[in-house]
Ligand binder design. Structure first.
Ligand code: HEC
Length: 169
């Protein structure tokens, strides 16, 4: 009995050490926890994944030059890109699927840096375009005050971006 307790205690201490002391395994576990949505992305991390994850098929200009006249707001674009990745994966490519947590963070980055014209599109239209994507619908229903990454990005600009002036959401 004592031995079992000792082993359990050692296992717990090891697990905590792996997470607390910077090391490749620990950062991998934490990155995965963020991908799965257990730990929120910081603003800097969100910025990094927005550029790295969204610039694999096309360059960042696709996002930076995107505009209210170009098409639906980023929240819808994010949903379409997730669907697109699922489709191309079915055809044999192996791009890591976008997780809900990633898209919620990434959408806020582009909304903040480039522009958010969700309000101009009408709730019904957006929800229809989101095709039941629960995580993005929840984000859509969250006002700016509840979107920490977007709020932090709001007064920043990205090189090459032409920012939409808008007062929403
Ligand atoms: C697996 C490849 C792939 C990834 C990853 C990807 N895209 Fe795209 N994206 C495309 C394709 C294909 C198109 C449409 C063809 C084109 O215009 O080049 C496109 C088009 C776009 C457009 C232009 C849409 C329009 O109506 O003009 C935007 C904006 C965009 N992507 C943003 C994003 C964002 C934001 C992300 C990250 C969440 C992302 N993309 C990730 C493949 C991808």
């Amino acid at each position: 009995m004592k031995k079992i307790l000792l082993i359990a205690a050692l296992a717990i201490v090891t697990a905590i050490a792996v997470l607390l002391v910077p090391n490749p395994l620990g950062s991998k576990i934490i990155a995965e926890a963020k991908y799965q949505g257990y730990i929120p992305y910081t603003t800097d991390e969100a910025l990094t994944i927005a550029y790295s994850r969204c610039s694999t098929c096309h360059g960042p200009e696709k996002m930076l030059k995107y505009c209210a006249r170009c098409g639906p707001p980023f929240i819808v674009v994010s949903h379409s890109m997730k669907k697109y990745v699922e489709l191309t994966n079915q055809k044999g490519s192996n791009f890591r699927p976008f997780s809900d947590a990633e898209l919620v963070a990434i959408t806020q980055v582009w909304n903040g840096l480039v522009g958010n014209w969700e309000a101009g599109w009408g709730e019904k239209n957006i929800k229809k375009l989101l095709q039941g994507d629960a995580a993005l619908i929840r984000l859509f229903e969250t006002p700016l005050e509840g979107r920490p990454i977007e709020l932090a990005m709001k007064n920043k600009s990205a090189p090459g971006a032409h920012k939409e002036e808008s007062k929403n959401p």
